[in-house]
Design a protein around this ligand. Sequence first.
Ligand SMILES: [Zn+2]
Ligand SMILES: [Zn+2]
Length: 415
Amino acid sequence: MSRFYADLHIHSKYSRATSRNCDLPHLAVAAQRKGLRVIGTGDFTHPQWSQELGEQLQEAAPGLYQLTPAAYQDASVDVPESCRGSVSFMLQGEISTIYKRDGATRKVHHIVFAPDLETVGRINKRLGAIGNIRSDGRPILGLDSRNLLEIILEANSNAFIIPAHIWTPWFSVLGSKSGFDSIEACYGDLSDEIFALETGLSSDPPMNWRVSSLDRYTLVSNSDAHSPAKLAREANIFECEADYFSMRQALRTREGFHGTVEFYPEEGKYHLDGHRKCGECLTPEETQSRNGLCSVCGKPVTVGVLHRVADLADRPEGGRPERVQPFYQRTPLAALLSGLLGKGENTKTVSRALEQALQRCGSELFMLNDCPIADLETAGVDGLAEAIEDLREGRVILDAGYDGEFGRVRIANRP
Ligand SMILES: [Zn+2]
Ligand SMILES: [Zn+2]
């Protein structure tokens, strides 16, 4: 039994707007650099991707897979010695269901998990008969969420669904433009089969604690990465056997689930309300005082996650259930280095500093969360140890995101 990090919602190169190197070897390399022990495969509903999974993966532990030696080849040279470790894949996909219920159009994203490739085959056969699963790694199906859940459970009683980024306005179970007012309203008679919720980049556990109907769910966080470099920007902490069934059990019971590493919700694209094109960013109170209308164009603003949570909340701000899980708010190492060095995240200067820090200190999650501050001095980047200490202590300045515009985190007293 060990403590490890897992990122269970990612995408492959077969999803729209993803990086071409979202293939298994690159993902395995990136996972080690980030410090992830288990990652989702992404996109298992896509026929070509699921074929690649079959060809390149072998079972590593009950229900989890790792790259065959032939598939991994020389990829490991891109992993600094200090970050090397085994990486397992959990078979995972994301499905968008679009349908009408009670006179409203519903658009809900679901993360789907399966313990073996045979189950994936059965799921894909059923879904392929309902809609097009070939054109996008994250297929859109005209299927009620409840019926999708039934198909998944019929394929294998150990398969499961986690509703994805549950507060996103346009594509989620509780979204202001697309969803329902409760998990039960969405999944109906099968809602007991839902035991975990993905809070998404724009919300954190304290926001979710305000809605008491969510108390019984484990709150998970994942990167939803569209490129290997974005892996682990949010992640989960497990302390159990690294196998599918133990992890599923930990998600069900929270025994062996030790919380999440999170973005600051202000960094998410839909935290506050507003109109990106109009440059109008509003707090929920400001939106209310303007009757929900943009002062620039006069049209209704996109209601962000903070506002939507307040609409559904039955606890005041700061309210919490009896049983809560820990969470750790962090920001990616490349963003920290970019701030410290005054250069863009994608510059040579930042990537050299990142490489050196990984070589000297270990993986990114280790550096952000676990490495003693004194040891971070050896990374060879002026101010990095202090910056990570500030981050761990929450000494940050936040510029909140809205209407699709990412927010920003700055370390206090720094540019
Ligand atoms: Zn999604
Ligand atoms: Zn506007």
